[in-house]
Design a protein around this ligand. Sequence first.
Ligand code: HPA
Length: 263
Amino acid sequence: MSLPDFTDKIITFLNEQNMPAHIDAAVILGSGLGGFTEHIDNPHTIAYEDIPGMPVSSVQGHAGQLIFGDIDNHSVMAFSGRFHHYEGFSFEQAATPVYLSHALGADKLIISNAAGAINTSFSVGDLMVIKDVIRNNMTITPQGHQKYRYRHHQWVDDVRQMAADFGLVTQQGTYIYSKGPNYETKAEIRSFRRMGADAVGMSTAPELSEAARLELKSVAISLISNMAAGVTKGKLNHDEVKAAADSRKEDFAKLVKKLVAEL
Ligand code: HPA
């Protein structure tokens, strides 16, 4: 299946880097979750800025590195830092990690993000397995009108069971894409709740739709980093996102490691 032309240069470069013959899992690390890369053995780290043709992200909390290595003898590639549409990237560029995971033959893709809770029964620090997505803007599909079918909902129960196996309680829910970079207004959050959204974030939707089109097995997990605007008192800020991610990094790592091995 076709990949956008801009990925040619990146893929050619990566193929010249002595890549593993097979990749068991690709992982996209969301805001504040980059510390997961410490769990990768024998890391081969390439800065995005050293990869010809690779978009370079400017958001704080995103390292901008692609790491190849092993987790419990499974070969992985991890994207520490992603590309947001609000930074000026096209939806296609935002899906770059998906194209590269597909091109290098990853068996599955594990996507993570930080998100604000709209569902008032959620708490900061919860991990929500994404069951459905509200794209909030139909033009988000990077490849225009091509048909694809989401499949990530098929693995939601498996992911939650794998978490439960080591005592981790997770949430499941609907993720709504919001362009950003500003956080939402209280009225927007109220309207998103009426639409059926449980959590809101500024990424993941383009990645999930391209993973679906390319038939790359994918699951997505939101770390609830804050209650969305108006759900609780107080102003939202990026430090809060990082603090919440930090407080749950061990459980997050355990879950991703298990998904790498068993999903
Ligand atoms: N809104 C949008 N994106 C986010 C939020 C939020 O409240 N928290 C983390 N990413």
